[in-house]
Design a protein around this ligand. Sequence first.
Ligand code: THU
Length: 154
Amino acid sequence: MIEKEINIQFKEYLGITSLEEDDRLLILEARKAIEGSYSPYSKFKVGSAIRIETGEIILGANQENIAYPSGLCAERVVLFYAGTKTDNVESIAIACQNEKGEWVESYPCGACLQVMLETEKRANKKLRIIVQISSEHFNIFEGVNSLLPFGFSF
Ligand code: THU
């Protein structure tokens, strides 16, 4: 038996002004995208913003349904919509808000990460994932591999 270890690398930014301008704008758009959240059941709002190669920004938010599994996460809403326009997605930013309207930490779920892997495959490059941890704390992952090292593939 060989015991193995995986190291995850990411960049932590403290203070929104410490982000590069493009990333700061994308996070601000993800925050705005929260307005499009339809989440009467969980009352948990997720906003996502994607930058494609032309610089265009596309927004999405979680959409729920009374038949719970029929809803969809913000990330997949925006990733699938972006996929109707281009193969060249560069970055995705995610911001979450709880019932009290507070910004809270939340990472993309496993299903969304698997879809992000496909996005990388289509773009033939790493996807940058910008996660808002709190209003002044952001983590940036350069590639899905950091969050999903063993994604499904065949
Ligand atoms: N949600 C997302 O939008 N993204 C995730 O990665 C995980 C969860 C949504 C789904 C549901 O509307 C709410 O958050 C609570 O699970």
